[in-house]
Design a protein. Structure first.
Length: 444
């Protein structure tokens, strides 16, 4: 499809409000780049330039772009049954089949899937379920949900309240009441001389301190991404999650694992919970569930909570018109087939993930502004510092990552800038040649 780039830019400037975008900055740049095609890990813009996407879109295109099978799955379902819903007493075949497949894939004890359209909606759903659960248990005071600094869980009012991002909270009067935050297990910033494992336990214990300070009778749940993604790819020491699990159990706090980025192979396991031995009461799924081909999210609900809500809760007055949309679920089923058939989970954990990390280390070895390269499976970050020995930061209040991102963008490489780091999370299908290319372009 050929497009009139200048006209589209004009229309965009006049009419399209981009998410997470400074529009003055965008118009100073002459408007957005218009992406017209994509195949594998390559995007093509309307000028015909090929761009290497090391972010899988927004951490979501796990199977790579341009998969005919997913288009066929959508087409087949659209022609058979374009839409029907699950309100009241109906459902559709792909909706049920996907729920059952997810129950099988996720760790034991998460037997039920509630569908929504985005990670934000899924997390909002969890907030309501958590509060309803404790009310049914005769503990309506248990309302506070604790998230973490640099956590990201979405942009609806409740999901954004879970986030640990002050700049977001400053817009719109967030967080809402009954949300609290504790420190992130960010070894590069906090570990100092104590070593990673001691730091992991220390970070986890800030959760226990917060619970005791607020009173366990007031705390409903803790939410965390197994590896924090949009907050800067913060990879916890192995000691962190077991300690969090212990704390939640001892204080009767529900544990929510937000797997929106980590799920579906990114960490070299089907789910981050398996990598870190987390036994959650809820799991949030989105993005890789359909590899971004169509919007879909799911809340996996643990048996303890589901049992109470279903047996004692009556009707749960919650749902979206498109909860369990048959076309989205058909695409998700085909996407899960590809991930399993092509061995993409192992590929992320044992093959291309470590390969990309090694190439980045080789190519950036000794680079004066690289403070650390860290990764887990097929997600990673390059930490940028002014002095690699002392880890002194550049001035600019955490905007160095954005500058680096912009340099990459102008060199036709998509990485993400988060504070002082440059972050990557490519499709799990990336080839070794493409990984070499990422490393070379990142160095430039
Ligand atoms: N949770 C996590 C961990 C995420 O990374 C995101 C989005 O990046 C969300 C939730 C929100 O998902 P959505 O943008 O689909 O609402």
């Amino acid at each position: 499809m050929s497009v009139d780039t200048a006209e589209l830019k004009r229309l965009s400037g006049a009419h399209h409000w981009h998410p997470f975008t400074d529009h003055k900055e965008l118009s100073a740049l002459g408007g957005p780049r218009i992406i017209t095609h994509a195949e594998g890990v390559w995007l093509t813009d309307s000028a015909g330039v090929r761009i290497l996407d090391a972010m899988a879109g927004l951490w979501c295109v796990n199977v790579g772009y341009g998969r005919r099978e997913l288009a066929d799955a959508a087409y087949g379902q659209l022609t058979d049954l374009s839409f029907y819903h699950g309100f009241f007493k109906t459902t559709t075949a792909p909706t049920v089949q996907l729920a059952a497949r997810l129950a099988e894939l996720t760790p034991p004890g998460l037997s039920r899937a509630f569908f929504a359209n985005s990670g934000s909606e899924a997390n909002d759903t969890i907030v309501r379920m958590v509060r309803h659960y404790w009310a049914l248990k005769g503990k309506p005071g248990k309302k506070i949900i604790i998230g973490r600094d640099h956590g990201y869980h979405g942009t609806t009012m409740a999901a954004a309240s879970l986030n640990g991002m002050p700049a977001m909270h400053a817009q719109g009067g967030l967080p809402l009441p009954d949300f609290a935050h504790v420190m992130a297990p960010y070894p590069f910033e906090g570990q100092g001389e104590m070593g990673a494992e001691a730091f992991g336990r220390l970070a986890a214990r800030t959760l226990e301190e917060k619970i005791l300070q607020l009173g366990p009778e007031n705390v409903a749940a803790f939410i965390g991404e197994p590896v924090q993604g949009a907050g800067g790819v913060i990879i916890p020491p192995d000691s962190y999650w077991p300690e969090v699990g212990r704390i939640c159990r001892e204080h009767d706090i529900l544990l929510i694992a937000d797997e929106v980025i980590c799920g579906f192979g990114r960490l070299g396991h089907w789910f981050g919970c398996q990598r870190y031995g987390i036994s959650p009461d809820f799991m949030t799924l989105a993005k890789g569930i359909t590899s971004g081909y169509i919007p879909l999210s799911a809340v996996m609900v643990g048996d303890r909570v589901a049992g109470t809500l279903i047996e004692e809760g009556g009707e749960f007055y919650h749902g979206f018109t498109y909860s369990g949309h048959p076309v989205a679920c058909a695409v998700a089923l085909a996407n899960l087939d590809i991930i399993a058939r092509d061995g993409l989970v192992r590929r992320a954990g044992e093959e291309i993930g470590p390969y990309l990390r090694t190439r980045l280390e080789e190519v950036l070895d000794g680079h004066p502004i690289v403070g650390e390269i860290r990764s887990e499976g097929m997600i990673g970050a390059i930490e940028i510092v002014k002095d690699r020995r002392t880890r002194e930061r550049f001035p600019g209040n955490g905007r160095v990552g954005l500058m680096a991102r912009d340099h990459c963008f102008h060199n036709d490489l998509i990485m993400r800038g988060i504070r002082d780091s440059l972050v990557y999370a490519p499709a799990l299908t990336m080839t070794e040649d493409e990984a070499d290319e990422v490393a070379q372009r990142a160095r430039r």
